[in-house]
Design a protein around this ligand. Structure first.
Ligand SMILES: Cc1ncc(COP(=O)(O)O)c(C=O)c1O
Length: 423
């Protein structure tokens, strides 16, 4: 009997994320990653146009990161972080605190984007609790996405993703996306009841790559700050030059009290979450009373391999070559979006930093059948791209070559022609 293929074995034992296992196409068996490419068993290469769920900024199989991880694995692969410490965790915290906008002084490690958000919310709530002045409410923006765990789902938009769980999610007050001149939608006195305001700065990612105005956000943040509402910036997607600057909050005057990081933090190699906070917040947990400690921790907190990968990725990211590459991608995206305007089937071309997005004319819905057609169309053109409903976006690793970028752009123009023929 011939040996079963990887896909056949997968079909028997694996349950894939965000996937309707009954009807969606079988997964592609990937055997290798090389720069911006993912290569399957047959040797077919796909350009990783969404950076493997927005994590990969330095490309697959980067030799320096691989070396650093291997070196660290030989020295210390992991240890409990509640009562121990190690060099990679401390060094990474030192570097991040230097780089982060505002005045964060402490780094709390966790595992991924969702846990970094859970930590941020719990920190904010307990900050008030510890001071005997509980503030029970949370503010968030309509249309946001902060992860798939319960706290993160609670503060995100309600959708097909959250529908079965809604009775279990806590109540949140949503503000519309701020626009210039839009008055703050709540009575300011009511802000005294709010522990925190969580937002994705400048662009909502999973909500459809919705870019919004930094000045308008700043105005609202300033009102919240006057009433001591803690500002939580979820930079899980926007961090590490996605918006053109190292962090999106660099575009804001009001700096956050808490910042969540993950995804590109390790260059896309290993899972790691970070929640940074200011000294004011940290100090509210210092007490002779142990119950005031932040009693939260995950088994793999501050994993040394992940911290080493993050340090290596930061080094690579700050090289002249990468800085130039980021500028070039921004420039290429601009020209590409200009050209998209020639296609009536493409709408709302928009860009922030290295992210370019547009809609394909359709009823906007994540479950739209068009979404799967778009996915397969790009795949046939050697591009791995997972549209958000009818929203197509490019968020490639920064190591992508000009030729690879051109291949994605050409695939998109071909898509435009194909859609025109269908109408
Ligand atoms: C802004 C934002 N926050 C949090 C998350 C959750 O991150 P993770 O998928 O690593 O749990 C995401 C994931 O897309 C995100 O975009």
């Amino acid at each position: 009997m011939p040996a079963e293929s990887l896909v056949q074995r997968d079909a028997k034992v694996i349950w894939h994320p965000d996937t309707q296992m009954l009807s969606e196409p079988a997964p592609i068996p990937i055997v290798k990653g090389e720069g911006a490419l993912l290569i399957d068993e047959q040797g077919q290469a796909y350009i990783d146009a969404d950076a493997s769920w927005w994590v990969n900024i330095i490309g697959h199989g980067h030799p320096l990161v691989a070396e650093k991880i291997a070196e660290q694995a030989r020295r210390l692969e992991h240890c409990i972080f509640a009562c121990l410490t190690h060099e990679p965790a401390v060094q990474l915290a030192e570097q991040l605190l230097e780089l982060l906008p505002g005045s964060c002084t402490r780094i709390f490690y966790s595992d991924d984007g969702s846990t970094s958000v859970e930590v941020a919310l719990k920190m904010a709530i307990q900050y008030w609790h510890n001071q005997g002045m509980p503030r029970l409410k949370i503010l968030a923006l309509e249309g946001g996405y902060h992860g798939d765990t319960f706290g993160a789902m609670s503060v995100g938009a309600k959708s097909v993703f959250t529908a079965p769980f809604e009775p279990y999610l806590f109540e949140v007050t949503y503000l519309p996306l701020p626009k210039p001149g839009m008055p703050f939608p709540l009575a300011e006195e009511s802000l005294q009841e709010y522990a925190a305001f969580i937002f994705e700065p400048l662009i909502q990612g999973a909500g459809g790559m919705r870019i919004y105005d930094a000045g308008a956000l700043d105005d609202w943040l300033s009102i919240c700050r006057q009433h001591h509402v803690l500002l939580i910036a979820d930079e899980v997607m926007t961090g590490f030059y996605r918006t053109g600057k190292m962090f999106a909050c660099e575009y804001l005057h009001q700096k956050p009290d808490i910042i969540c990081l993950s995804k590109a933090l390790t260059g896309g190699t290993l899972p790691l979450g970070v929640t940074a906070c200011t000294e004011k917040i940290f100090k509210a947990f210092l007490s002779q009373d142990k119950r005031k400690a932040f009693l939260h921790g995950h088994s793999y907190t501050a994993n040394p391999l992940a911290c080493s990968a993050a340090l290596a990725s930061l080094d690579i990211l700050r090289t002249e070559a990468y800085q130039q590459r980021i500028v070039q991608i921004i420039h290429h995206h601009q020209l590409f979006l200009e050209r998209l305007r020639e296609y009536p089937c493409f709408q709302h071309p928009r860009q922030i930093g290295t992210i370019a997005a547009f809609e394909v004319l359709d009823e906007a819905s994540y479950t739209s059948p068009l979404r799967d057609e778009l996915y397969l169309f790009y795949l046939r053109h050697g591009v791995l791209m997972r549209p958000l409903g009818n929203t197509i976006y490019l968020m490639p690793p920064y190591c992508i070559t000009d030729a690879q970028l051109a291949q994605i752009y050409e695939a998109t123009y071909a898509l435009g022609e194909w859609l025109l023929q269908r109408t």
